[in-house]
Design a protein. Structure first.
Length: 449
């Protein structure tokens, strides 16, 4: 039986190029590779590279459970439920499924399909129990999703259509990213040769040019080398337990996530020309914030001439009384310190009132963001806590806080998503989305007091 009593399960897998010393990272239009700086414990920076993003790795993990040649799930998970979409005019023609769509079960193709004359939008609304003037019941919705497609609870979905009351969002329970550190560019080039047409004539004569594929064309190529390449995986078992599905089904979801990670690593992994070096689970020690001691230093000013210094040193009575008063006040009102730890040393947060494509990062996090996260955690994961005690803690935390921010560097990556006008083979019809973040150094922990 899989152990699910941990808050999360994390893995770090070192990778190396499959052959040679270079590899190809993911690239973004207009900016190329996603580069950023990471901070070491001593505050120095290291040039780093985003080899494969969280979004791309989610697609790769999901692909391990799908047989693209047969257009169906692999045999090991074939008995688990999912939604297939076929063309209405040709029922034998397969179009897509909830395992292939970007929004999974909430995609437009699934939402607009019909089952026995009932629109899937209405069927899922009924299954999830979505009604106006009714709070969202995530345990009940998770139970319903287990009967529709359990992989949705692993990789998340957003029911963003207005017809879905409350527009529930299920966050990703398994995440992964590949980063390279201490990177260098490896610039090379080549030439596409045309052994038949050695010279291009007047294109008005219909001879065709380089845009049609004729002629010899030189090109440049940028690859990368790195001292260290790591794939990082995390399974949020606390999130899976919060759905209240019971130990057997929670263990099933955790096992599926572990199986996806293992299948991804064992499947050859010719991703970006990389392959695993060794496999080991990363164990990170918790680091406590550094504490400073304040000691009183008596007044060392030189006494005026003619003044006779006492043989006994003068005691700082005022400082002692003030310190005692501060300690007494501290005992009466204990200070609450929140430690916000970021295992992957990346912090994502869009400031209130800003658009995501502005590329802004809310650092330090606002008091509203912290209180909202604590309230959501209470309602979603710890509903058994006493309401009066929670309200007292939130009230105590509502005063303006002080922060301790580690060394950091702001960066972002760019992602282009196809819209409804996009067609295969065309660069038009794509929407740009910025993913701004702060790369944290030191212990990658934000302390809020």
């Amino acid at each position: 039986m899989i152990t699910t009593d941990l808050h999360r399960i994390r893995f770090e897998v070192p990778l190396r190029p499959a052959f040679g010393s270079t590899f190809q990272p993911t690239g973004f239009p207009d900016i190329g590779a996603g580069t950023f700086d990471t901070f070491t414990d001593d505050g120095s920076t290291t040039p780093s590279l985003l080899v494969d993003s969280v979004q791309s790795m989610a697609n790769r993990l999901e692909a391990t459970a799908w047989d693209h040649s047969a257009q169906q799930p692999v045999d090991l998970v074939a008995d688990l439920p999912y939604i297939r979409v076929h063309r209405a005019s040709a029922p034998e023609e397969f179009l897509t499924s909830s395992r292939l769509e970007a929004h999974r079960i909430a995609s437009a193709f699934v939402r607009e399909a019909t089952l026995d004359g009932t629109k899937m939008l209405d069927l899922m609304t009924s299954r999830l129990g979505l009604e106006n003037d009714k709070p969202l019941n995530f345990p009940a919705m998770a139970d319903a999703l287990m009967g529709l497609d359990p992989f949705v609870l692993l990789h998340g979905t957003f029911f963003n259509n207005k017809a879905w009351w409350g527009q529930p969002r299920f966050t990703r329970a398994v995440s992964a990213v590949i980063e390279a550190h201490d990177v260098r560019r490896a610039v090379s080039g080549g030439r596409k040769s045309d052994s038949v047409r050695h010279a291009l004539g007047d294109q008005s004569e219909g001879a065709g040019g380089t845009s049609e594929g004729y002629g010899s064309v030189p090109f440049h190529r940028v690859e990368w080398t790195a001292r260290e390449i790591r794939a990082m995986f995390a399974i949020d078992t606390a999130l899976l337990r919060s759905y209240g599905l019971g130990e057997p089904r929670t263990a099933l979801l955790t096992t599926l996530a572990l199986w996806e990670i293992r299948s991804f690593l064992d499947g050859g992994l010719w991703l970006r020309l990389l392959r695993p070096r060794t496999r080991r689970q990363a164990h990170r020690k918790r680091r406590r914030p550094a504490r400073t001691r304040r000691t009183h230093r008596p007044d060392r000013r030189t006494p005026p001439e003619g003044h006779r210094r006492s043989s006994h040193p003068r005691r700082p009575y005022r400082a002692v009384e003030r310190r005692k008063a501060q300690e007494e006040d501290r005992r009466r009102r204990p200070v609450i310190t929140l430690a916000l730890r970021f295992p992957w040393k990346r912090y994502h947060a869009t400031p209130w009132g800003h658009f995501v494509n502005e590329g802004a990062v809310e650092l330090p996090p606002s008091l509203w963001r912290i209180l909202r996260a604590l309230y959501s955690t209470w309602k979603g994961r710890c509903p058994d806590l006493d309401a009066d005690q929670v309200h007292q803690v939130l009230t105590r935390l509502s005063s303006p806080p002080t922060y301790r921010i580690p060394p950091h560097h702001l960066s972002h990556s760019r992602h282009y998503f196809p819209d409804s006008t996009h067609r295969s083979g065309s660069s038009a019809g794509t929407d740009l989305a910025l993913d701004a973040f702060a790369a944290l150094g030191g212990d990658a922990t934000i302390y809020v007091q």
